[in-house]
Design a protein around this ligand. Structure first.
Ligand code: NAD
Length: 340
């Protein structure tokens, strides 16, 4: 397989590239990434040692470039997107351009070059909030924020290329990912890096918003399964992690970092904040998907990664590292290493 991966310098894309390079049937992986504020070649690390990897810096909205690259590949996994909900409140236009026009540009080239499989990577946020029950893949799309709306639009654009042209499109919709390499603007790294700096962390409203937390490696396993076995024209939910309110998540992170609730400040809710997402992922389970990562162990390893790699996240965070970290208030594996 000659695989084009868009957004492969981002959080999930970089884990996927490192994973797929290990497969014997992968002859070439080309990463197309614009290296926005969210992209970082460092996320690919040792992958650059592979002779199978090529890196192209470029925009998915550049139709000529995408067309040129698609001609040399047999499959595409499309991660590239604007991915941060809070940013979509102020720069919705960028989200529409990248997520909608960009996806249409990639789908168009995939269709014209007769690509064997086009996996479009999406999110459970397209279903909008569910106060009870779970969303299967045919649940109505009711996104509430510009990010989720642009992803819902991109799902429909991608799937329309199956309906209209028979392009073999699959869509994956995963819950919230966690793991190493995530940009420090996202909640788990934001909490950990702020606590490491001795700063306060914040919870919206009463911290009641529920998300399903999925280890990035489990998501990548699910995406690979869809790449290999997914039926064209179908969407696949990828979940099965741990459901937590943001207050419950904060409790875990405070425990791991060995600090108390005095480090948490409650702030008014953001402009729009869906109360709960929940999905059924039985369709992918029928293809053999089983999430394998233990949440507590995965979260501790993730926090530990941020302790050991300040060079990777400190330049991306807003404020400089303080000279003296906050005093030790309780023991934890992460904190032991921090103060060692
Ligand atoms: P990310 O923000 O970490 O990475 C996005 C990558 O896309 C970056 O490397 C960036 O440089 C690149 N990019 C952005 N605009 C581009 C453009 N115009 N042309 C080429 N490259 C461009 O995002 P992520 O968290 O890795 O998410 C990857 C995909 O998974 C996204 O489509 C996102 O919607 C989806 N998703 C993410 C999560 C999550 O929890 N992070 C959950 C569900 C779905």
């Amino acid at each position: 397989m000659q695989l084009l991966v868009t957004g492969g310098a981002g959080f999930i894309g970089s884990h996927f590239v490192r994973r797929i390079l290990r497969a014997d049937d992968i002859e070439r992986v080309t990463v197309l990434d614009a290296l926005t504020y969210a992209g970082n070649k460092g996320n690919l690390g040792q992958a650059f040692l592979s002779p199978k990897l090529e890196f192209v810096t470029g925009d998915i909205c550049d139709a000529a470039l995408v067309d040129d690259l698609m001609a040399r590949h047999t499959a595409v996994v499309h991660f590239a997107a604007e991915s941060h909900v809070d940013r979509s409140f102020t720069t919705a236009g960028t989200f529409v351009t990248t997520n909608v026009i960009g996806t249409q540009t990639v789908a168009d080239a995939a269709m014209r070059h007769g690509i064997a499989k086009f996996v479009h990577v999406s999110t459970d946020e397209v279903y909008g909030p569910l106060l009870e029950g779970v969303a299967t893949e045919d649940y109505p799309l009711r996104p509430t924020v510009p990010y989720a709306a642009s992803k819902a639009a991109s799902d429909l654009i991608a799937l329309s290329y199956w309906q209209t042209y028979g392009a073999p499109v699959c869509v994956t919709r995963s819950s919230n990912n966690y793991g190493p390499n995530q940009h420090p603007e996202k909640i788990i790294p934001l909490f950990v890096t702020r606590l490491l700096r001795g700063e306060q962390v914040t919870l919206h409203d009463q911290g009641q918003h529920v998300r399903n937390w999925l280890h990035v490696e489990d998501n990548c396993a699910g995406i690979e399964l869809v790449l290999r076995l997914g039926t064209p024209g179908e969407a696949y939910n990828i979940g099965g992690g741990t459901d937590l309110s943001s207050k419950e998540l904060a409790a875990e992170l405070l425990r791991i970092c060995g600090v108390g609730w005095d480090r948490v400040t409650y702030i008014p809710d953001r402009l729009s904040n869906d109360l709960r997402y929940a999905m059924d992922w039985g369709k992918l389970a029928a293809l053999g998907y089983r999430p394998a990562c233990d949440f507590k162990a995965g979260l501790e390893e993730t926090a530990d990664w941020y302790v050991r790699n300040p060079d990777r996240w400190a330049p991306l965070s807003r404020s400089p590292l303080p000279a003296v970290p906050s005093p030790r208030t309780a023991s934890s594996p992460v904190k032991e290493r921090l103060y060692a």
